[in-house]
Design a protein around this ligand. Structure first.
Ligand SMILES: [Zn+2]
Length: 156
């Protein structure tokens, strides 16, 4: 018998390799955790297809749950991950870390350029510098009021 509560707690502590301020659970990447005959199975939906962090994430999950027996990591790619799955707690942590969380649904993002507030000084005058940030999932912005650059987690 696997103590699923305890396994869930261990899993909830695994940070995202790209943004260590948030966990995999915060990002909504972990879809399921269940007991198997010899251990546990974790179902993950990777954030972006072809994201190089996916293999790293699977390794981290295996390491975190090793005490519960064999760890099977299953990648579930449909439905595709959406920034809508980021938890309210995850959004708060991102903001605190200096990355503005998605401000709308992916569908709205196609039509609207967001009005962002600076995560550092809360200034309302910001401009987009580049559609791509340190990774394809973020864009780079600058606050005109405090001059600091920041990143925006684009809705998908
Ligand atoms: Zn600012």
């Amino acid at each position: 018998m696997v103590n699923l509560e305890s396994a869930r707690a261990k899993l909830a502590a695994v940070p995202d390799p790209e943004i260590p301020a948030v966990t995999l659970v915060d990002l909504g990447i972990v879809r399921d955790l269940r007991e198997t005959a010899s251990g546990v199975e974790v179902v993950l939906t990777p954030t972006y297809s072809g994201c190089p962090a996916t293999e790293l994430i699977a390794d981290d999950v295996r390491a975190a749950l090793a005490e519960f027996g064999d760890v099977t990591v299953t990648l579930q790619r449909a439905p595709a991950w959406s920034t809508d799955w980021i938890t309210p707690e995850g959004r708060q942590k991102l903001q605190h870390y200096g990355i503005v969380p998605p401000q709308c649904s992916a569908e709205q993002a196609i039509r609207v350029v967001p009005k962002l507030r600076c995560p550092r000084c809360d200034g309302g005058r910001t401009e987009q510098l580049s559609r791509f940030g340190s990774t394809a999932c973020k864009s780079t912005w600058r606050c005109i009021e405090c001059g600091e650059p920041f990143e925006y987690f684009k809705p998908i």
